[in-house]
Design a protein around this ligand. Structure first.
Ligand code: T4K
Length: 386
């Protein structure tokens, strides 16, 4: 137990967690089933390039989300890049700055200027009014991010995209298994991009998918993830190597079977955090809309002025305890390289992003979190606040 300041590792106590607990510790399904699938793939000697396990995973994800086309890729970042390329985005694209850097990098790597849009302080998601204010005749698309798996205001953004006559796409890296108005994320806009990175609620080691109900777009994405090849010796477009391999697909198939268990555990832990932290003034655990389906993968804590210790000092104290909390997505893409150098002055448009990113921290969850971990963390916050 941590009861007084001298118990804190920062002040000489022993760390509360040894080994340390991590944000983004992978959820892993049935290992024997995984071993079997990998053995079979090795026996088949078909390891990548649209193999049978990848096809099966695509079919099952499409079915799960109720989306017609699922194009599996080697990671979410490449998924974003091939989608931007397929849609012919160019010039400027509206995108939040408060996101993982991959969202912005994928744009810039396609030669597109990200126009950073501020967020709603209550949800941390892109603010449609701010998006409207930053739109111009150079805007060729809108990339919205369902941050923390919580859906963005889809309707308002659809209206804006319609008025501008540009495609709306979603970085749904956090939102596998989540819904908007009861419908699975994956069904909105021109397409949505999922990440299946190890740290995601559902993982394929590394991986991702672009999901869409547009058959022509799906066809183009399939070409683009395989160098543009159509049959042997013939390329149709400027593709890349975005293919998912069979071992990753095996992990995906096994983890799909375990999704209800993953969600159940995440939900239970999230609820424990909400309850345990409710009594500590200034520590606010972001809530999920219980009318939607959520994956509860991010335990996001926002510190307000009632908490007497600054966010960075809190993170330092937590790391000393073996709680490897993260400051996602500080400081905002616009304050990271190369954006702060090539687009200086963006901060003037992004006061909410800058403020929120200074007070958020993300805590560990997932199937590997030891029992009692939440209560112990609450004790640490309580002692820190005294
Ligand atoms: N869009 C958004 C909104 C995203 O959040 C992401 C990825 C993308 C696009 C791009 O999708 P991908 O191309 O990655 O598929 C991590 C992940 O690498 C990244 O996928 C994720 N977002 C981001 C939010 O988190 P880092 O730089 O924080 O990773 P790292 O190495 O610090 O690991 C995070 C934590 O996970 C650590 O506490 C350690 C733990 N961990 C990690 C791995 C890989 C494990 O416990 N086991 C593991 O195997 O980016």
């Amino acid at each position: 137990r941590v009861k007084r300041r001298s118990d804190l590792a920062l002040f000489g106590g022993s760390p509360a967690f040894d080994p340390a607990i991590h944000v983004g510790r992978p959820n892993i399904g049935d290992r024997q089933a995984f071993d079997r699938l990998v053995r079979e793939a090795l026996d088949r000697r078909w390891l990548t390039n649209d193999g049978p396990l990848v096809r099966e995973l695509e079919r099952r994800i499409g079915e799960q989300l109720g989306v017609e086309h699922c194009v599996a890729v080697c990671n979410g970042t490449i998924g974003l890049e091939i989608l931007f390329h397929a849609l012919g985005l160019a010039g400027e694209v509206l995108v939040p700055s408060y996101t993982f850097i991959a969202t912005a990098h994928a744009l810039l790597r396609c030669g597109i200027k990200p126009i950073f849009v501020d967020i709603d302080p209550a949800t941390h998601n892109i603010d449609p009014k701010a998006a409207r204010a930053r739109a111009s005749s150079r805007t060729s698309g809108i990339v919205a991010v369902h941050l923390w798996g919580r859906p963005v205001p889809v309707r308002e953004l659809q209206d804006l995209a319609g008025e501008l006559g540009v495609p709306l796409v979603f970085d749904a890296a956090h939102a596998f298994g989540c819904t908007f108005e009861g419908r699975s994320i994956g069904n909105f806009g021109a397409a949505e991009v999922l990440s299946f990175h190890a740290t995601k609620f559902f993982n394929t080691l590394e991986g991702g998918a672009v999901v869409t109900n547009d058959a022509a777009l799906a066809r183009e994405l399939r070409l683009l993830r395989n160098f543009g090849f159509s049959g042997y010796d013939n390329t149709m477009s400027l593709g890349t190597n975005g293919k998912m391999n069979e071992v990753c697909a095996a992990m995906g198939l096994v983890n799909l079977d375990a999704l209800p268990a993953f969600i159940g555990r995440n939900r239970q832990i999230h609820q424990q955090y909400v309850e345990a932290f409710a009594q500590i003034p200034g520590v606010n655990v972001l809530r999920y809309d219980e009318n939607e389906r959520n994956n509860y993968q991010y335990v996001v804590v926002e510190l307000d002025e009632r908490f007497p210790v600054g966010r960075d000092r809190v993170v330092e104290a937590l790391h000393a305890e073996g709680i490897l909390a993260r400051k996602y997505f500080w400081p905002g893409c616009h304050r990271m390289m190369p954006y702060r150098e090539i687009y200086p002055g963006e901060g003037a448009h992004l006061p909410v992003t800058e403020a929120v990113s200074e007070r958020v921290l993300v805590l560990p969850t997932g199937t590997s979190l030891p029992d009692g971990a939440v209560g112990l963390q609450a004790d640490i916050f309580r002692v820190l606040s005294e």
